[in-house]
Ligand binder design. Structure first.
Ligand code: SF4
Ligand code: SF4
Length: 252
C-alpha cells in the first residue's frame, strides 16, 4: 500500500471507509497498519486526489505468458528474453518453476535474478529450467552483511558455491555502495571467494537512490545518510581489479 503525502488532502475518507480500520491519521499523515490491511483497494477507490495506491497486481502463469508472447518478435530481434526479478522471485518457486517451463517450451531465453537468501532446493528447481542466473553479492563480510541486511551471508555464499556445481551460466551482480562496501578489501575478498567458482562475467552496479520516493510512500525511513553513490574513479579501479583476474566486467 503506497501513500503520497504530497497529494493527500487529509479528508479522512480512507480511514472512514476502510473495512479493516487499518488507517489512522497520525500528525496529518495517513498511516496504514500492514497487519490489518488486506489490500482490498476500497481506500484507493475513494481517494479522489489519488494519494493511495495498491502496488502490484496478481497474475496467473497463463496471464504472464500471454503478456510475454506479445513481445516475442522483440526477443527474436534482440536475442533478449525474460528476466524474473523481484524482490526475490524464488520465494514463489512453484509459480517461477511453472513459468520457466512454459517459457522454455516457447523457446524464450530466461534469466532468474536472485539474492540467494532462499533454501537451496528453490535454486535447484529453477536451475533445471532457466538459461541464466543473475546472482547478487552484496557483502562478503558477514558482520557487515548482518548490519546492513539484518541477516548472515553464509547461506547466500553456500548457495552460490552449490549452484555453480549444477549450473554453468551464472553472472555475478555486485551493488557498489559508498559507505557500505565501496572498498578495495571487499573486491579482494570477492575475488578470493569467486576463485573456486566458474564465473566469467561480473556486473558492477553503482548505487542510486531511485527507491527513495517509494520508501517515502511506504512511510519508511531511507538510509541515505549512510549510503552514497560511489565515484567513477573507484568504480574504474574495481573494474580493473576484477578484469585483471580475467573477469568480463560490465558496468551498470
Ligand atoms: S482519502 Fe486520500 S486524500 Fe483523503 S485522507 Fe485518505 S489518502 Fe488523503
Ligand atoms: S486496501 Fe482495504 S484494508 Fe487496506 S487500507 Fe485500504 S481499505 Fe483498508
Amino acid at each position: 500500500m503506497l501513500y503520497d503525502r504530497e497529494k493527500c488532502a487529509i479528508c479522512g475518507m480512507c480511514a472512514k471507509l476502510c473495512p479493516q480500520k487499518a488507517i489512522a491519521n497520525v500528525n496529518n499523515f495517513m498511516v496504514t497498519d500492514p497487519e490489518k490491511c488486506i489490500f482490498c483497494g476500497e481506500c484507493v477507490t475513494y481517494c479522489i486526489p489519488g494519494a493511495r495506491q495498491v502496488a502490484g497486481k496478481e497474475y496467473t502463469v497463463e496471464e504472464v505468458l500471454a503478456e510475454v508472447l506479445k513481445d516475442r518478435v522483440f526477443y527474436e530481434e534482440s536475442s533478449g528474453g525474460v528476466t524474473l526479478s523481484g524482490g526475490e522471485p524464488l520465494v514463489h518457486i512453484d509459480f517461477v518453476e511453472e513459468l520457466l517451463i512454459r517459457l522454455k517450451a516457447e523457446g524464450i531465453h530466461t534469466a532468474v535474478d536472485t539474492c540467494g537468501a532462499i533454501p537451496f532446493e528453490h535454486l535447484e528447481r529453477a536451475a533445471q529450467h532457466t538459461d541464466l542466473f543473475l546472482y547478487d553479492l552484496k557483502l562478503t563480510d558477514d558482520a557487515k552483511h548482518k548490519e546492513f541486511t539484518g541477516a548472515s551471508n553464509k547461506e547466500i555464499i553456500e548457495n552460490l558455491e552449490n549452484l555453480a556445481r549444477i549450473h554453468a551460466n551464472i553472472q555475478m551482480r555486485m551493488p557498489i555502495i559508498e559507505g557500505v562496501n565501496a572498498e578495495v578489501s571487499h573486491i579482494e575478498s570477492t575475488i578470493a571467494l569467486l576463485e573456486a567458482i566458474d564465473i566469467k562475467e561480473v556486473h558492477l552496479l553503482p548505487y542510486h537512490a531511485i527507491a527513495k520516493h517509494k520508501y517515502a510512500k511506504l512511510g519508511r525511513d531511507y538510509l541515505d545518510d549512510k549510503m552514497q553513490i560511489p565515484s567513477k574513479e573507484k568504480l574504474e579501479h574495481f573494474r580493473e581489479m576484477l578484469a585483471e583476474q580475467g573477469y568480463d566486467v560490465k558496468g551498470g
